[in-house]
Design a protein around this ligand. Structure first.
Ligand code: NAD
Length: 358
């Protein structure tokens, strides 16, 4: 085992079914009296429920959260923060809404209660990615880490099967890269393996029966664990490549992760055999890369960048972007090999594992 440093994140997690009803108590716990609710228009019924539930402590609502946290949207939300004199933020939604809450917290240090409705995992990290002039940059600060996360399984059952599948594989990606992170540690590695195992078993059950409460509970549990991994250790090639592809071609976040993950794992496999063995064991597969692509096929979600809207003539640009800013990866990031990886992912080929595909 390599030497390690481990630091616990100072946050409170409430997990279960119907836990939205714990929101008033959590507000009291924080001593908040003027909560601003952040959401998207699709959560308007939930916002009405929250308003009813917290009564006078409902200071206002901002429903303009969008993907990639554009700074113009954050500035508009900041005006609402000032207008209603908010002393707390309640973010209910997927990673985009969580991102808006984090961007406001970065500017104000207001406490945040996050109610995730997808498996993105952003709620567990002190990082926010913000977009300005078409460029997305990430920033980390203790102010960004939410104080309270309420995981309510009921909030996730409305996710359609395909979104559940890709969002779940997006979560698996956090756990998979945590297993070979440069700053990995034994506790996070255990959590990562459990996260992959739980999600890989739950997602097919959800796709077969979207209202399966036990499967939804398992998947949200796995997603929480993957968020813990993402918040605790550094990510590598897979996350950097998805970030670059999403920014350059405006590709959907969770689908991009789903397509790239098998290829990124195949790329890193020769340099991280222990991590690969643990991912394979968690998936119940012989090979982690092939096992993940098989899972995606079984869930009937896209396995090529072509299907999710990337132009073929973007392959070279993607390879250039992937090697532009150096970052740590278990295997050196070489342009020609990355170009081949992106080309395979674009076509939807099997990952280059060095094994015959049967
Ligand atoms: P999202 O919040 O944009 O949601 C994706 C889609 O799913 C949206 O159309 C949304 O309305 C819908 N949706 C969400 N929950 C639903 C539900 N319960 N029922 C029905 N529809 C639902 O995207 P996401 O995939 O949740 O998160 C991706 C964003 O989060 C990206 O911008 C990504 O960069 C960011 N992210 C940040 C971090 C971090 O640590 N900073 C980590 C992970 C993701």
């Amino acid at each position: 085992m390599q030497d390690f440093v481990y630091q616990n994140a100072p946050m409170r997690v409430v997990f279960g079914t119907g836990t939205l009803r714990r929101l008033p108590d959590e507000l009291s716990h924080l001593g908040a009296t003027r909560a601003l609710v952040l959401a998207t228009p699709r959560q308007k019924d939930l916002v009405a429920d929250i308003r009813q539930m917290i009564g006078e402590r409902f200071a206002g609502v901002f429903t303009g959260a969008v993907m990639h946290t554009p700074v113009e949207v954050t500035e508009r939300a900041m005006q609402t923060v000032r207008d209603v004199q908010a002393d707390c933020l309640i973010a209910i939604g997927g990673g985009s809404t969580t991102g808006l809450g984090k961007a406001i917290a970065l500017r104000t240090d207001l406490p945040q209660i996050v109610l995730p409705t997808s498996y993105a995992g952003s709620e567990m990290t002190p990082v926010v990615g913000q977009t300005s002039g078409g460029i997305k940059t990430t920033q980390s600060s203790p102010k960004i880490l939410p104080e309270v996360v309420i995981y309510d399984v009921d909030l996730t059952v409305t996710m359609p099967p395909k979104l559940s599948a890709t969002s779940g594989i997006n979560a698996i990606a956090h756990a998979a890269e945590a297993l070979y992170a440069r700053d990995r540690n034994p506790l996070i590695s255990l959590i990562a393996q459990e996260s992959i195992r739980t999600l890989a078993q739950a997602l097919p059950r959800i796709c077969a029966q979207p209202s399966d409460g036990a499967a939804r509970t398992d998947a949200l549990y796995g997603a929480w664990l993957s968020g813990v991994c993402l918040g605790a250790v550094g990510m590598a090639l897979h996350h950097k490549l998805c970030h670059a592809l999403g920014g350059a071609f405006n590709l959907p976040h969770a689908e991009t992760h789903t397509v790239i993950l098998p290829h990124a794992l195949a790329y890193n496999a020769p340099a991280a055999p222990d991590a690969m063995a643990r991912i394979a064991a968690a998936l119940g597969a012989q090979d982690p890369a092939l096992g993940l692509q098989d899972l995606a096929r079984k869930l009937a979600v896209p396995t090529s960048l072509r299907e999710i809207g990337m132009p073929e003539n973007g392959i070279d640009q993607a390879a250039d972007l992937a090697v532009k800013n150096p970052y740590w990866n278990p295997r050196p990031v070489e342009r020609d090999a990355i170009r081949e990886l992106v080309a395979r992912a674009w076509r939807g080929d099997a990952p280059e594992t060095g094994r015959a595909v049967v």
